[in-house]
Ligand binder design. Structure first.
Ligand SMILES: Cc1cc2nc3c(=O)[nH]c(=O)nc-3n(C[C@H](O)[C@H](O)[C@H](O)COP(=O)(O)O)c2cc1C
Ligand code: SF4
Ligand code: SF4
Length: 251
């Protein structure tokens, strides 16, 4: 059996949650990076196990992650689908990921919803996954290991609705300050190829998915979101985000 983590994790929260699950499963995984702008669809085989983890964007699988994962071929490999969310809600992310996995030829064995810091309003879920999450996620990993050892494990019933909710994400709009040194790291790391590598100090192109990776990786903090926009989003989603949400395993 080969073990893989298929990840879309622009700012690292999804990857951290998936790593804790993998640690509990006691497996060392090869990483298939759905954020790689030069991504080439991967082909798996029966007997492989794949932890497929994406963040919730507007309660859905990010469209770019859906396209790239949907182009992979499962060939009967088993998948654990993981939705990582910023302490608001993940709505239809898990069922959409399950449908994508099945359409690509995977057999879905389990689903996990896990909380990580909200990548735009960072005080929501700030610092998560934290020590408490780490213990819970490692334990889930151990339970999944036992489940995957069972030959006739059924198909899990995951929370969410079909048809999926409509998702119209407003572009967040990232500014570039005069501190930009033109190093090009943001253009190299942008999952959507939305930053012109020959002019990285210019604002992103229309294909930007507001994933916040360029803001996170810029070594001089030259890329920022207008604080009034963050304040407006905080006001809008705040009531749903303040209470601590938990991680869940479904099988
Ligand atoms: C465009 C966008 C949309 C988001 N939508 C949601 C959402 O619907 N619900 C939620 O709880 N968190 C939402 N988040 C927060 C992310 O799901 C969360 O921060 C996740 O950990 C980000 O993953 P990453 O750190 O791997 O990039 C959103 C973040 C972004 C950038
Ligand atoms: S990473 Fe920052 S400094 Fe480097 S090109 Fe991008 S905005 Fe400029
Ligand atoms: S330009 Fe947009 S898509 Fe690219 S890294 Fe920045 S926020 Fe993400």
């Amino acid at each position: 059996m080969a073990f893989y983590q298929i990840l879309f994790s622009p700012t690292g929260g999804t990857a951290r949650a998936a790593a804790l699950l993998a640690e509990g499963m006691g497996e060392t995984a090869a990483i298939v990076d759905l954020c790689d702008p030069t991504f080439v669809p991967a082909v798996f085989q029966k007997g492989d196990v794949c932890l497929v983890a994406v963040p919730a964007y507007g309660g859905r699988v990010p469209a770019l992650a859906a396209r790239r994962f949907g182009a992979c071929r499962g060939n009967g490999a088993r998948a654990v689908v993981v939705a990582v969310y910023g302490n608001r809600e993940y709505e239809d992310t898990l069922v959409e990921l399950q449908d994508l996995a099945e359409a690509a030829g995977f057999t879905v064995a389990a689903g996990v919803a896990a909380v990580a810091e909200h990548s735009i309003v960072r005080e929501f879920g700030g610092g998560r996954p934290d020590t408490e999450d780490a213990a819970v996620l490692r334990d889930m990993g151990r339970r999944m290991r036992r489940l995957l050892a069972e030959k006739n494990a059924g198909t899990p019933v995951l929370p969410g609705n079909r048809p999926y909710r409509e998702c119209h994400l407003m572009p967040i709009g990232i500014h570039v300050s005069g501190d930009c040194t033109g190093c090009g790291l943001c253009a190299q790391k942008c999952p959507a190829g939305a930053i012109d590598p020959s002019a990285p100090s210019l604002p992103a192109q229309e294909s930007c998915i507001s994933c916040m990776r360029c803001v996170a990786v810029c070594p001089v903090g030259a890329r920022t979101v207008d604080p009034t926009k963050i304040a407006a989003l905080k006001e809008m989603i705040g009531p749903a985000c303040r209470e601590r949400k938990e991680n869940h395993l479904f099988w």
